[in-house]
Write a protein that binds this ligand. Structure first.
Ligand SMILES: Nc1ncnc2c1ncn2[C@@H]1O[C@H](COP(=O)(O)OP(=O)(O)OP(=O)(O)O)[C@@H](O)[C@H]1O
Ligand SMILES: [Mg+2]
Length: 523
């Protein structure tokens, strides 16, 4: 119920030439219970002025007046675009005039002798007015909402396609989609989805459309679409089916993810590169660490060897002097000879340490490796025999010579023979081969030490080259043997590899460039 009716205030603009008639109307309305304000006007100008002041609930208008009439009054109300109930009150109006007035916009008409109807007529018109205003508000809201959605549709940065849910015909496509695919609205509208080349992949068969239609939600995460220009873009395709009134509508949202995918790919590549760099870095760090260990070890060995050299020389000289002053049958002579022997051994050891620290002087000469191998085997002859280890020599003849430092070669072979002996506590065979081989496409000498010992577990194979890696009991092994071997071989431009099988044995293979192919500094 409107406020007007609750308060029963009523502001009437009465277009009327007769003051008496106006008073009559006022009386009726007051009697009907209105708290009434009534203004009477009788010309177009006064009416217009009054309407412009505003505040009227209803216009009650005489049909014909000497200088004015209802149709002209209607025209004034219309001209001011006012929607106020306009009721004609007349003593004379006929049927056809009444129809004409209603067509011109009057809301109702009454005879002056039936003013009892005036109250209900006003009530009804005010009610109608209220309805009209409510409708207008609703329509305005609807239009605003449609406009908002249209704006979203038009300005969306995703492709939107609207399909008729029953036929698959394209009802609408937003500008973004048309631009992305290269089709105009006319080329798309009214076509069935599968007629458009672009959608071949999703709609090559009607079943695909049926899937779109039957499932209320379909999603393709990664769909290649070919644009009209032949470019392939990768899209995310999401479709929703819903009802608008009775009509079934499918809305497809199509998002271009080409950039996103390119970004992802670039990221994956960068990651991959990073991983590679990291693993290279880790390998380099490992090598550096290794080099550092050896370098530190070398420094240490050098300084210890250096410090030992002088006192050893003094001891050797003194012992030599003492021996010279002694008679052959002196009782102390044997002890002194043992000391002299041990001092010689210590001098050798110091020599080895100097070799290891690179401070020793290398003496490169042309070497027949077979001879050096034989010397080395001779050196450990006692150990081999006591361990019941058989030595098999397979020496090729002829065999090229190599450029090498004999001391170092012997150290190399001794280390390998010692390792083989240690690996065969219950005895076995060590086969030593020397033959012509190939190194970097050139003639080389290949030397193998193959034992039938316990073998090296796979997890240790990488570590055996590390300085100080040993599986031997304290005092038995220092873990330096193979590190030294590798350095010696590499200093001779050779290669050294180890293959091993648990319980079957270990083979160490060495390749040295033959003299003809040795680097100039080795010749
Ligand atoms: N022929 C072999 N058979 C089985 N294991 C071996 C053999 N050669 C080396 N190894 C293994 O490799 C480890 C390292 O050898 P490396 O010669 O460097 O040091 P070591 O023999 O332990 O000590 P060092 O030689 O300094 O006295 C050994 O402790 C052993 O476990
Ligand atoms: Mg060793």
């Amino acid at each position: 119920m409107s406020d007007l009716r609750r308060n029963r205030t009523l502001r009437v603009l009465n277009v009327e030439d007769s003051e008496q008639d106006a008073a009559l109307i006022a009386r009726h309305l007051t009697r009907a219970g209105y708290d009434l304000t009534l203004n009477r006007v009788e010309t177009a100008e006064t009416m217009r002025a009054a309407l412009k002041n505003g505040g009227w609930d209803v216009i009650l208008c005489d049909y014909s007046m000497p200088q004015f009439n209802a149709l002209r009054a209607l025209a004034v109300a219309k001209e001011l675009k006012l929607d106020i109930p306009f009721i004609i009150i007349s003593g004379t109006i006929g049927e056809s005039a009444a129809v004409e007035a209603m067509r011109a916009g009057a809301h109702d008409y009454l005879m002056k002798d039936a003013l009892t109807r005036l109250g209900p007529a006003i009530e009804r018109e005010l009610h109608e007015l209220e309805n009209r205003r409510a409708r207008r508000r609703a329509e305005g809201a609807q239009r605003a909402s449609e406009l908002r959605y249209r704006c979203l549709f038009e300005s969306a940065k995703d492709g939107i396609l609207i399909l008729d849910g029953n036929t698959g015909q394209i009802v609408d496509a937003n500008p973004y989609l048309m631009k992305a695919l290269g089709y105009s609205y006319e080329e798309l509208a009214g076509k069935e989805l599968w007629e458009i080349g672009v959608f071949k992949d999703i709609a090559a068969a009607r079943e695909s459309f049926e899937e779109l239609r039957d499932k209320s939600y379909v999603r393709y995460d990664d769909l290649p679409l070919e644009t009209r220009g032949g470019a392939v873009i990768e899209v995310e395709f999401v479709s929703n089916a819903y009802l608008v009134g009775d009509a079934r509508v499918i809305q497809c949202n199509i998002r271009d993810i080409t950039e996103r995918k390119l970004g992802k790919r670039a990221m994956e590549e960068t990651n991959h590169k990073l991983e590679t760099t990291l693993s290279e870095l880790s390998a380099t760090t490992q090598q550096l660490w290794q080099a550092l260990k050896l370098a530190t070890m070398g420094e240490l060995a050098a300084s210890v060897a250096h410090e030992l050299n002088n006192p050893l020389a003094t001891v050797a000289m003194r012992v030599e002097n003492l021996l010279m002053t002694m008679t052959e049958d002196d009782q102390q002579r044997h002890s002194l000879e043992v000391i002299s022997h041990e001092v010689d051994r210590m001098a050798d050891l110091v020599d080895n340490l100097l070799q290891f620290s690179r401070r020793g002087h290398r003496q490169i000469s042309t070497v027949d490796t077979r001879e050096e191998i034989a010397n080395s085997i001779e050196f450990v002859h006692y150990h081999l025999r006591s361990r019941k280890i058989e030595v098999v020599r397979e020496f090729a003849d002829p065999l090229p010579t190599i450029q090498a430092d004999c001391q170092q070669l012997r150290q190399l072979f001794l280390n390998l023979l010692t390792n083989a002996i240690d690996a065969m506590p219950e005895g076995g065979t060590v086969t030593v081969r020397a033959k012509t081989g190939i190194l970097h496409d050139n003639e080389a000498v290949q030397i193998d030490f193959a034992d039938t010992g316990q073998g090296i577990p796979a997890e240790n194979l990488k570590k055996i080259w590390d300085s100080f890696f040993t599986t031997k009991t304290a005092g038995k092994g220092t873990g330096l043997g193979l590190a030294i071997c590798r350095r010696i071989v590499e200093e001779h431009d050779g290669t050294i590899e180890i293959e091993s099988e648990m319980e079957r044995g270990t083979t160490v293979q060495i390749l040295f460039p033959a003299t003809a192919h040795a680097a100039a500094n080795l010749q």
